[in-house]
Design a binder for this molecule. Structure first.
Ligand SMILES: NC(=O)c1ccc[n+]([C@@H]2O[C@H](COP(=O)([O-])OP(=O)(O)OC[C@H]3O[C@@H](n4cnc5c(N)ncnc54)[C@H](OP(=O)(O)O)[C@@H]3O)[C@@H](O)[C@H]2O)c1
Length: 269
């Protein structure tokens, strides 16, 4: 695959993580990268870290890049789309990470066909992110491969075959790290109630969550199987899980993800 040239609009948390990942993994060489970022300090830090060119505003230079990645806040989308519109050429592919901004909004705002909508998550900062990608059928195969390479550098990339799956992925993996932190918060409180210091509780909880996920990945069996393996009849784990079940904790968690999905759909209206 030919290495892409990429202009990144917005060098904040997510944009900065993507920029660092594509450079460190050699997906886009620094001389084929442009960052458009209004905040001078942020732009300078990213330019120093990656060697990319920077500018504070969009201008005709963005037409020179094959991929244009929009990583500004969704609230600012109308302005950014209006700024970009006059500089786009039909051969470019525009990729959005903006939560809740639909392909229809992008198409209307940009007057452009080659569009990709994505949903990354925050572990992208460590190269351990999960990104769902939906490419409009107008996007050529070569560009789709370039987009996969960009998000592959940030962790794992899953291409989905309909746009609705981006809203579903928002509920599962986009918001997902927060659910894990929520579980971690509850385990931290319980551990401290049981007498551990905050620091000891943090070690117990962090290492348990990390070890459990690594075990799941490596064993290649379902989470339910692994849970049953540590749940002996009449034992301690069973006491906890029986209580969770009696309180419908699992059902409430599932409903929470459904709420996140409905909200993602509302935002994309
Ligand atoms: N963080 C996540 O977990 C996550 C997950 C999935 C998707 N996303 C999506 O990623 C996008 C960015 O989120 P974020 O957390 O990275 O936000 P952020 O840190 O606020 O980054 C946005 C950046 O865009 C810059 N910007 C604003 N207007 C601009 C313009 N007209 N041209 C160029 N740059 C402009 C901002 O500069 P100023 O600071 O000067 O305004 C800021 O540096 C959002 O749409 C969000 O939905 C984020």
């Amino acid at each position: 695959m030919e290495r892409a040239s990429l202009a990144l609009i917005g060098g904040g948390n997510m944009g900065g993580a993507i920029l660092r990942a594509v450079v460190s993994q050699g997906i886009v060489p620094a001389e084929r990268l442009l960052l458009v970022e209004p905040e001078a300090e942020k732009a300078a830090a990213l330019s120093e870290a990656t060697g990319c060119a920077v500018q504070s505003k969009m201008d005709g230079r963005v037409s020179e890049y094959e991929l244009l990645l929009l990583a500004t806040k969704p609230q600012g989308a109308p302005l950014v789309l209006a700024e970009l519109r006059s500089h786009l050429i039909p051969e470019q592919t525009v990729v959005s990470v903006m939560a809740g901004i639909s392909l229809t909004t992008l198409r209307n705002g940009l007057g452009h066909e080659r569009l990709v909508r994505t949903m990354p998550n925050t572990p992208a900062q460590l190269g351990e992110g999960m990104t769902a990608v939906y490419a409009d059928p107008a996007v050529p195969e070569a560009s789709r491969k370039q987009v996969q390479a960009v998000f592959g550098a940030c962790g794992t990339c899953l291409e989905v075959d309909h746009e609705d799956a981006i809203d579903a992925a928002t509920a599962v993996s986009g918001s997902g790290p927060a659910y894990v932190f929520y579980l971690a918060e509850q385990m931290m409180v319980a551990a401290q109630d049981l007498g551990f210091s905050e620091s000891a509780a943090q070690t117990l909880v962090q290492k348990t969550l990390r070890g459990a996920i690594l075990l799941w990945e490596q064993k290649g069996v379902s989470a339910a199987t692994l849970r049953r393996q540590v749940t002996s009849p009449g034992g301690t784990t069973e006491a906890a899980v029986t209580h969770f079940e009696s309180q419908a904790v699992g059902q409430h968690l599932q409903e929470g993800l459904q709420k996140a999905y409905q909200r993602a759909k509302e935002l994309a209206q």
